[in-house]
Design a protein around this ligand. Sequence first.
Ligand code: SAM
Length: 258
Amino acid sequence: MHIRPKTLRQRLMSSPIATAVKRVRYGRFSTLQKATEGMLSPAVYRHIYRTALSAPDLDTIEVGGAGGTGSIAFAWAKIDGGMSSRHIVVEKLEGGSRRRYGGYEDNLDRFTRHLADFGALDRVRLFPHHLTRENGGELLELVETPRIAGFMSDADGRIDRDFALFLPMLDPAGFIIVDDYHPTRSWKQALVYRLLNRFIEWKLFVVGEQLSSTVFGRPHPEADVSRIDPAACAEILESIRVDFGFAPDSTEVALYLS
Ligand SMILES: C[S@@+](CC[C@H](N)C(=O)[O-])C[C@H]1O[C@@H](n2cnc3c(N)ncnc32)[C@H](O)[C@@H]1O
């Protein structure tokens, strides 16, 4: 397997001094991020925790759980907030960024071990599959509260699928977190950037804070999922294919919204 050498910035950020500074500044979120090799920064995990802590006591959903770092931050918020709701995590557990940790069973063990190590196991339910339009209904069956308090999209860039599935269930006082919002860094980030900008125009999403490429926001008060236009989403996917030479199959967009 080819492993890219670290950039100077990455080397500085992982130096012993930088690690000590982060530990003082972000406390348990820094320890968590390091121990579980979280893909986001301790600052982002702390903000996820704070967002979930101030949300209604309703189930939450995260698409793209990786090694469980964000899932633990969500679970901590529910535990510390005295909530009874649970956090539902979608993770396919193989391929892509999971390959470096082995196959499906290795990733499942790793995810479960991290949750157990950080006291989050009984607050999280895992949907251990590749999320598609076809199995989206099965995922929603895991929700045990009348609505959801929020969702986080951090998987394959297909936020059109996630908005279409989850927006109708979202509490008006809830939150939406979207990672990978950047215009040019990769096809996935550009896809998220173009789709989310369109969702803002369509009055589905209101931006709150942005930490690096993670956007924290809430549903628009007039949010209506029928305003997601499959043809416009397909055009955006096609624009990514043209600009980057790759994008997931645009015919899926119509399926997700049908
Ligand atoms: C960037 S990582 C998520 C990082 C994670 N939120 C964290 O806190 O460290 C993206 C993850 O999404 C998963 N993934 C991508 N597409 C998916 C899909 N359609 N269904 C389920 N999981 C998916 C990948 O396996 C990967 O682990």
